[in-house]
Design a binder for this molecule. Structure first.
Ligand SMILES: Nc1ncnc2c1ncn2[C@@H]1O[C@H](COP(=O)(O)OP(=O)(O)OP(=O)(O)O)[C@@H](O)[C@H]1O
Ligand SMILES: [Mg+2]
Length: 267
């Protein structure tokens, strides 16, 4: 089971759109068993997959340790794709976790996912635009970090702070965590966008993915109709881009796993 966290401290950079579309493509077009974790109190991924509810257990229960994995996981309408939903109760749960000084705070999602280790090929975690305890839990349990970013004057600071935090998590909580790369989203053909993307690519530390996601109004439409972009508008640029990105992601993840196995064997 490979766990990928989609995070950025900045809001509105396409974290949720990336999480919901990557999850769908992995399940529907690559035949993977996928669990999408909505780790954001805004519950946007849950709303998208029609699982936003206050009547059933959710991520808040995971954080408070008041429900087992099997109780919080819901099926979506798409075969092979399940979700742990979230809603506003996650904000209160996060505060409760911070008050609990007895049970470790940073590994609660990890404990939950351990229960379903053999049940999924991929877990994709959609995160809030913050580095509070929920996001730290995501980093603590993940194998890979993917940072979606919109090119702007403030893109770089956000990525730098998150990478700093990821290094802390690597050092103290999860040595397994690897930064897989930065995914440029909402990319336009403006001079500032192109220059920003070039600058980002020229700095190897940001590991910019070869594929980027073009801006198209079809993406916003698809969130309203609650359809993955490849169903809503199969031929639009963003559909092609997300397909290409998922191919690239799978190659990188399997390359990296093969390398790790070889390194392990060599030790
Ligand atoms: N490639 C794209 N083209 C056009 N619009 C996009 C694209 N990707 C995302 N958007 C739009 O940008 C807005 C923000 O996207 P999204 O909700 O995925 O960001 P986010 O990083 O998850 O935000 P938050 O930090 O609030 O959770 C949404 O209205 C979404 O429809
Ligand atoms: Mg979001």
């Amino acid at each position: 089971m490979i766990i990928i966290t989609i995070a950025n401290l900045k809001g509105g950079v396409g974290k949720t759109v990336t999480a919901i579309n990557v999850s769908y493509l992995l399940a529907a077009e690559h035949g993977k068993r996928v669990l999408l974790v909505d780790n954001d109190q805004q519950g946007n991924s849950s709303q998208f997959y029609r699982q936003y509810s206050y009547d059933r257990p959710s991520m808040a229960n995971v954080m408070k340790r008041t429900a087992r994995a099997a109780q919080v996981i819901q099926h979506t309408d798409f075969p092979g794709l399940d979700i742990i939903p979230a809603n506003l109760t996650l904000a209160e749960a996060e505060r409760a976790v911070m008050m609990d000084t007895v049970v470790p705070q940073q590994v609660r999602l990890r404990e939950c996912l351990r229960e379903v280790k053999g049940d999924y090929d991929y877990v994709i975690i959609d995160n809030p635009p913050s580095l509070h305890m929920c996001a730290v839990n995501a980093l603590s349990t993940s194998d890979y970090l993917v940072i979606p970013a919109v090119i702007s004057r403030w893109t770089f600071e956000g990525i730098d702070s998150l990478l700093d935090q990821a290094r802390q998590v690597q050092a103290y909580l999860n040595p397994q965590l690897k930064f897989l790369g930065t995914l440029i989203t909402c990319c336009r053909r403006t001079a500032s966008n192109q220059q920003g993307a070039e600058w980002l690519r020229s700095h190897g530390d940001y590991k910019v993915f070869d594929h980027y996601i073009r801006w198209t109004d079809k993406v916003d439409e698809s969130t309203f109709s609650a359809e993955p972009i490849v169903l809503h508008s199969p031929r639009c640029g963003a559909s092609r881009d997300y397909r290409d990105f998922v191919e690239e992601l799978l190659t990188l993840v399997s390359d990296s796993d093969t390398r790790t196995e070889k390194e392990g064997a060599a030790e």
